[in-house]
Ligand binder design. Sequence first.
Ligand SMILES: O=C(O)c1cc(=O)[nH]c(=O)n1[C@@H]1O[C@H](COP(=O)(O)O)[C@@H](O)[C@H]1O
Length: 276
Amino acid sequence: MNRQQLFEQIQKKRSFLCVGLDTDVLKIPKHLTGEEDPVFSFNKEIVDATAAFSVAYKPNLAFYESLGWQGWQSLEKTVKYIREKYPEIFLIADAKRGDIGNTSSLYARAFFEKLDFDAVTVAPYMGEDSVKPFMNYANKWVILLALTSNKGAFDFQFIRDDKTGNPLFETVLTTSQNWGTAENLMYVVGATKAEKLKEIREITPDHFLLVPGVGAQGGSLQEVAKNGMNSQCGLLVNSSRGIIYASANEDFAERAGEAARTIQQEMDMLLKEKGL
Ligand SMILES: O=C(O)c1cc(=O)[nH]c(=O)n1[C@@H]1O[C@H](COP(=O)(O)O)[C@@H](O)[C@H]1O
């Protein structure tokens, strides 16, 4: 999917919500645990209940890899199901990959050829040759970690460069713009650091930002939109636990749908305020 198509979906659904499919097998409602593939059954119901209110889904690979080959199979089935039933959805593999070039090119093959994801999250630490192999695919995206939502973000991401005086996350943003364009590169910026979005927008006015950290981590959607929205929206705001675990009972999908709709309605207002 390209940037224009993504923006069109945002306008059509009046939403820039990404639902995180962080499906923890221990949190799956009891009535599904006897199913042949409880993780897939859970995902399928969540997707059916939330697809009208969201433009993207983001399975986090840890939740699938932790189950071995069965987890990988649940992931493949989930991707295939979304692709077939909701082809308009933007699909993100939250894998936080990145390695020497030939290894990264195989990670890229896994997520873009073997599995038909639109985007993969990548860690910038190993630099250009670890990121570029993910950019060899038309209409596929790298989502580079820039300023993350967690406490550990303060360990490295704010260390200042001796020459420029800029914090490391700003160097990641400026340097990586030489590797790709706003058509194949997005950045992760945590909602818990929403006050930094103004500065970040000065460095990257056009790039889409994937913003996790609303809901369970306490980030504010209003603040994110106020500081981070651009003329093409430019935001995908993720919520995982706040949506998929809205209820632990048989009504889990219905409650997830309601949680997604509540966020979508707020997003509709925020888009209107921006004239979009
Ligand atoms: O790359 C990510 O998606 C990510 C980056 C970041 O800085 N913080 C962050 O929470 N995430 C992911 O976003 C999701 C957040 O989940 P909830 O806190 O349950 O909404 C998890 O899958 C995290 O791995």
